[in-house]
Ligand binder design. Structure first.
Ligand code: PEP
Ligand code: MG
Length: 593
């Protein structure tokens, strides 16, 4: 039966494929293996199962040697049930199926099959049988625990990831796959970044949550905040993701499939058309040169930025280098190598490296998916606050960035500053990092220093920022969150997250105006920069530098080429004064991002 699940549109386009459910219950790694690793992976899970069978047999023997008072009958019966479940053909064959047919790693295959079987248990009439679901979960958890001890025949993730190209070439994965999950952290998304998935749907998340941002950077259709999507969809269901409308259609009829197939082809044509603008300079009708920069998460994203015609990186979110490290953070040399790869990858174009911004909805590891220890993590120890609380870690990063600057144009950008004291401490630490490199005789290069304007307090004290920094970058994602008191990752208040709120526009406009008057470069690197429906407004407010996901650059360039910045200026002032600015905004001539 066809039905639709509604959520928030975060990355445009249409994806049609089979649903891959990532179970939220048991936390395991999800990655694809090579076809040559299939038998080893099956062997790994068999070894895990053997360990558990031995454990259970030993427990049975211990029980047998006890008296009936210490060893209740139920316990022995329970062990029998667990042993039986371990022999269950549906479980065993199902796991092999996911490994062989989908190239899932063993843990993922087991949790996927567990999920399938759990649903069958849920549908059972017999209460006794229904309750066996808990036994099945316990058995699966035992096997997963045992597998940790068994070790892995291949290198640990993310090196175990396959590139999408490899997988697409691989005949065993010939059906497009669409990922459906309750929640995916940015660290999860990083693991999936180079995978086969044609689209994503999550139950939770807001439009500018970091999970949504990574989905957008992958340039594949995505819907977040779809509430109970992961409960309504079953493993392997055919689904359509309409990333423009924020809808997932489950089990579509042939007519709907045909309609979306047509939409997909239209989008392809539009992409082809936009690709012709790659080498066209971004200049408005009245001759204003506009800088279109790329936001990247990893050095490996640099080629896509160059290919999209970016004239530099306006935001390298360095925190992604620190994720999925299981507590072992990258040292100076590793970071230096990564920053250098980004610099080299940009072929002489400038690279703006933002110092680490973790906390809130960007935990370092999936083992602690969300900061639940603090009531308001978005207002807590995040970004520069985190860095200043751990000067040794911060100095390591600063030294690595300064060293990379010896190889190309590097700008250093600091997130979440609000206080003059934070500015002072940050600048002092940058001096210390230079002095440490001098003392070691290590080469480093000059950097331009920039501050993110993403807290209203910063936007209201621009004089201080302009006195200390070479450039400003407006982080509208957080600026909106903190101005409107809306958690950007919370879908229940997503309707109030409004880039066009007059207060937000005032702060953005003031920042652009103050920086321009001071003769200092200013850009927008939040999601507003890549939203084509806002390009003309930002141009009218005087913005000349936009930083966005590479996939958005050509559509924004199209808007720039059609705009007359001088004529847009008085209109932008009207928008700024309006009670409901959205009413004055005509739809973009291109597609919204
Ligand atoms: C922003 O807040 O707009 C921004 C670019 O930073 P991030 O999205 O990484 O918080
Ligand atoms: Mg931010």
């Amino acid at each position: 039966m066809t039905f639709a699940v509604h959520g928030l549109a975060v990355a445009r386009g249409v994806a049609i494929g089979r649903a891959v459910l990532v179970a939220g219950g048991i936390d395991v790694d999800h990655y694809f293996i090579e076809p040559s690793q299939v038998e080893a992976e099956i062997e790994r899970i068999r070894a895990g199962r053997d360990v558990v069978v031995d454990e259970l047999h030993r427990l049975q023997q211990t029980l047998a040697s006890m008296g009936p008072r210490e060893a209740p009958q139920e316990l022995s019966a329970l062990l029998d049930v667990h042993l039986l479940l371990l022999q269950d053909q549906e479980l065993i064959e199902g796991v092999k199926h996911w490994i062989r047919e989908r190239l899932y790693n063993a843990e993922w295959a087991l949790t996927t099959q567990l999920e399938q079987l759990s649903r069958q248990f849920d549908e059972m009439e017999d209460a006794y049988l229904r309750e066996r679901k808990a036994d099945l979960e316990q058995v699966a958890e035992r096997v997963l625990r045992a597998m940790r001890g068994v070790g892995s025949p291949v290198a640990p993730p993310p090196q175990r990831r396959k590139s999408s190209q490899d997988l697409l070439l691989d005949a065993s994965v010939d059906v497009p796959l669409v990922l459906v999950a309750h929640d995916l952290s940015p660290a999860d998304m990083l693991q999936f970044k180079q995978s086969v998935f044609a689209g994503f749907v999550t139950d939770v998340g807001g439009k500018t949550s970091h999970t949504a941002i990574v989905a957008r950077s992958m340039d594949i259709p995505a819907v977040v905040g779809a509430r109970s999507a992961s409960q309504l969809v079953r493993q392997d269901d055919w689904v359509i993701i309409d990333g423009d409308a924020g809808v997932m259609i489950v089990d579509p009829s042939p007519i709907i499939l045909a309609e979306y197939g047509f939409k997909q082809r239209q989008a392809e044509l539009e992409r082809g058309r936009l690709a012709r603008l790659r080498h066209t300079p971004a200049i408005t009708l009245d001759g204003q040169k506009i800088e279109l920069l790329a936001n990247i998460e990893l050095p490996e994203d640099a080629p896509a930025a160059v290919a999209a015609g970016a004239v530099g990186v306006g935001l390298f979110r360095s925190e992604f280098l620190f994720m999925n490290r299981r507590g072992r953070l990258p040292d100076e040399d590793e970071q230096y190598a990564a920053y250098r790869r980004a610099v080299d990858g940009m072929q002489g174009l400038p690279v703006t490296i933002r110092t680490i911004d973790v906390g809130a909805d960007k935990p370092l590891d999936d083992d602690q998916p969300r900061d639940e220890a603090h009531l308001n993590p978005a207002l807590g120890l995040r970004a520069i606050r985190w860095s200043l609380a751990d000067p040794a870690m911060f100095l390591t990063q600063l030294r690595a960035i300064l060293r990379a600057a010896a190889h190309g144009q590097v700008h250093l950008l600091v997130p979440m500053l609000a206080h003059a004291s934070e500015i002072r401490q940050t600048l002092a630490l940058i001096d210390t990092a230079r002095a440490e490199l001098d003392a070691r005789g290590v080469a480093y290069g000059p950097v331009k220093l920039g501050a993110m304007i993403e807290i209203p307090a910063a936007a209201l004290t621009l004089r201080t920022f302009l006195a200390h920094f070479d450039f400003l970058s407006i982080g509208t994602n957080d600026l909106i969150q903190y101005t409107l008191a809306i958690d950007r990752a919370d879908e229940s208040v997503a309707h109030l997250y409004d880039p066009l709120h007059p207060a937000v526009l005032q702060l953005v406009a003031q920042t652009i105006a103050a920086a321009t008057a001071a003769g200092k470069p200013v850009s927008v690197c939040g999601e507003m920069a890549g939203d084509t429906s806002l390009t003309r407004l930002l141009l009218g407010l005087g913005l000349r530098s936009f930083s966005m996901h590479p996939a958005q650059i050509l559509a924004v360039k199209q808007e720039v080429l059609r705009a007359d910045a001088q004529r847009l200026a008085p209109w932008a002032q009207q928008v700024l004064q309006a009670e409901e600015p959205a009413a004055l905004l005509a739809p973009a001539s291109g597609q919204a991002a």
